[in-house]
Each structure stands twice: as structure tokens, then as C-alpha cells.
Design a protein around this ligand. Structure first.
Ligand SMILES: [Zn+2]
Length: 103
């Protein structure tokens, strides 16, 4: 059996195409809040980042989220997202490994 084709998304920081489950989604909700969306299902405009903080830092430096979300993202929002990103990173990696075990 051929492996199923994985949906690919582009990391807005390093521009690499990766399977969706390798990426963390950042969403701009309809109420214009910017949040990290681990479920990948929240409504709003989304941007994807590799599941590691170096890509987040790159996005912050290059203002990649501003462009991807078509909204200006203030430094303080980047800072709080960065903290959240670091906090969810481990959870994200664990969940990924769990899924890999099931497969
Ligand atoms: Zn990346």
C-alpha cells in the first residue's frame, strides 16, 4: 500500500513545506486575537510555523506573522506568543510522538 499523501503547509518563517502535523498553527480569530491553535481547527486566518521555537524567533524577527495574518502584530503580542509557543512546544512534540506510536 502506498503511504497516504500528507497535506503540506508552508512555515511562514523558514518557508519550508512540511506535513501539517509537524507545524504549529497560529490563528487570528474573528475577534482579531492572535492565538496558538494546537488543534488546528480554530476559525480564522491561520499561519503555520515549524514546531520549534527557532522558527518562532525567526518569524518575530522578520515580522512573518504580520504578513501571514494580514494584521500588524505588536512586539508584546509576539512576546506573549513566544512564551506560549515555548510552553506548548513540549506538549506538541509529545503529542506528535504519541501519534507516531499509534501509526
Ligand atoms: Zn520553519
Amino acid at each position: 500500500m502506498k503511504p497516504r499523501k500528507l497535506p503540506l503547509r508552508k512555515c511562514v518563517a523558514c518557508q519550508e513545506m512540511k506535513p501539517k502535523k509537524e507545524l504549529i498553527r497560529v490563528v487570528r480569530t474573528p475577534s482579531e486575537e492572535i492565538q496558538i491553535d494546537l488543534t488546528g481547527k480554530k476559525a480564522g486566518r491561520g499561519a503555520y510555523l515549524c514546531g520549534n521555537v527557532s522558527c518562532f524567533k525567526l518569524a518575530k524577527k522578520s515580522k512573518a506573522l504580520d504578513r501571514a495574518l494580514k494584521q500588524s502584530v505588536s512586539e508584546s503580542i509576539y512576546d506573549s506568543l513566544e512564551n506560549e509557543f515555548i510552553a506548548v512546544q513540549d506538549e506538541f512534540i509529545e503529542a506528535k510522538e504519541l501519534k507516531a506510536d499509534e501509526a
